[in-house]
Ligand binder design. Structure first.
Ligand SMILES: [Zn+2]
Length: 187
């Protein structure tokens, strides 16, 4: 019964009307079927080629993402910023940069650190934990104990005494200082 079916269809290649034997016949002839196949293959090749081009184009950027050290130019590429901007960051000491040969490199870590929360915020949370009234500023401790600032800083570092910065002054809690250096002669 199926063989007797005659249906008018439109060829998907040449777009002419033809009489088809089945309801799913797409092309009017073998020639159109072959041409359509070729066209499809060609389109696939073009698409593959386009994708390849895109991959090559994106490759430098993908490579940059895994690097520990970046040249000035690479930083520019990565963030789409000017050389002046990157130079300024190195000059202001906001990133760690070193000259190797004739080229300047910036550490990836220091670039990542730019995204860390600002230092002021960190200090604010530390300030909450330490009561400023229970602190002496560095200069004051030097005076009352009669010690050199280098000595004091090495003590602070060795005993991991917390520091807080308020304006121009650095404060440390009195208690650990007293515990280490004893009661001061004067306060
Ligand atoms: Zn056709």
């Amino acid at each position: 019964m199926a063989s007797r079916i005659r249906i008018q269809r439109i060829c998907q290649y040449c777009e002419k009307e033809f009489t088809a034997k089945t309801t799913v016949t797409k092309y009017c002839s073998d020639t159109c079927a072959k041409r359509a196949y070729k066209a499809r293959k060609k389109a696939e090749k073009i698409e593959a080629s386009k994708q390849e081009t895109q991959l090559i184009k994106n490759k430098p950027l993908t490579d940059l993402q895994g690097k520990d050290f970046l040249s000035i130019q690479e930083v520019c590429q990565l963030f789409k910023v000017s050389r002046t901007t990157v130079w300024r960051l190195t000059k202001e000491g906001k990133v760690n940069a070193a000259k190797i040969g004739r080229k300047k490199f910036i550490t990836r870590d220091s670039i990542n650190a730019l995204f860390a929360p600002p230092i002021e915020k960190k200090e604010a949370t530390e300030e909450k934990a330490i009561n400023i009234n229970e602190c002496w500023n560095i200069g004051h401790i030097q005076t009352i104990y009669g010690i050199h600032d280098k000595t004091l800083y090495s003590i602070i570092q060795r005993f991991e005494i917390p520091k807080i910065k308020k304006g121009k002054f650095v404060y440390v809690p009195k208690e650990p200082i007293k515990a280490i250096l004893g009661e001061p002669r004067t306060t």
